[in-house]
Write a protein that binds this ligand. Structure first.
Ligand SMILES: [Zn+2]
Length: 279
């Protein structure tokens, strides 16, 4: 293959991967991160490293996953990638508490759920795109840095600590008000603006984030500091951030073929579980 053809093939591959990567949560990841934003992920992100998360003990309480359409009828569900959303039972109850708190303290505001439980296959696919994208952008980065940098936004499915969205304890949210969607991201062309404490934010976005944080924290959720939209209860990140001795949710898997259900059997390990259908 000539140098010209090889370079063109690499460019085509890169464009394809950029498109694939961008299609994953595209509304949350509005553009390609710069090397400066992704480099030194550990230095800029000292708490929730893969190693720190892996050290959190997990004792799964085997709470079932529930369908949020049934468990949270008053919430707005706008799934990005699927027609339904699932989470652990306590998480669903806490989401209802969030909406009640909003109704009381900020009438007209609505919590909107855009992502919740992910299957191992979905998580693996997203992390693969992330790592491949980073490898193409930074062919000289060592594997360990690629892994840590990808994990910052799309958790590694092979880490000891299960990816937050694989536990049923993590959710991605946004906020609506009477006028429609609140813009909490602020400057869309800056990945660093995704950090919850990013400053300076436009005043409306800052106020919206404050309302969201107050509502979610009231219900016991904790926020992943790199993404204002990502909150969790019960997973390893939640335990680390909240100084809990252990996580109460391990991996909950793996029911891609089941379209309708009430409850699932869950497992703290990688084995495929049996479906426990109640109707
Ligand atoms: Zn998330």
């Amino acid at each position: 293959m000539s140098t010209h053809v090889a370079a063109k093939t690499q460019t085509d591959e890169r464009h394809l991967l950029v498109r694939l990567f961008s299609s994953f949560n595209s509304s949350l990841m509005p553009r390609i991160p710069t090397p400066e934003e992704l480099y030194h992920p550990v230095a800029n992100h000292p708490v929730e490293t893969i190693a720190n998360l892996d050290r959190v003990p997990i004792e799964d309480n085997r709470e079932p996953l529930v369908d949020l359409r049934r468990a949270c009828p008053d919430l707005r569900l706008r799934p990005l990638n699927r027609s339904n959303l699932r989470a652990r039972q306590s998480v669903a109850q806490r989401l209802n508490e969030v909406q009640l708190w909003l109704d009381t303290h900020h009438p007209g505001h609505h919590l909107v759920i855009i992502d919740a439980w992910r299957s191992d296959r979905m998580q693996r696919r997203g992390n693969f795109y992330g790592r491949t994208f980073l490898r193409l952008l930074h062919p000289n980065w060592p594997k360990s840095l690629i892994r840590e940098a990808a994990n910052k936004y799309i958790a590694d499915p092979d880490a000891l600590a299960p990816p937050p969205h694989s536990t049923g304890g993590a959710i991605d949210v946004r906020l609506d008000n009477a006028q429609g969607r609140c813009n909490l991201q602020g400057p869309r062309l800056k990945l660093s603006a995704s950090r919850t404490d990013y400053s300076p934010l436009p005043e409306k976005a800052r106020q919206g984030r404050e309302i969201l944080c107050a509502a979610m924290e009231h219900a016991g959720f904790s926020n992943y500091e790199e993404e204002w939209w990502h909150w969790s209860y019960g997973d390893s990140g939640w335990a680390l951030r909240s100084n809990q001795p252990k996580a109460c949710y391990g991996r909950a898997c793996n029911f891609d073929s089941v379209l309708d259900f009430h409850t699932y059997d869950v497992s703290p390990n990688l084995e495929t579980n049996k479906v426990n259908q109640t109707d």
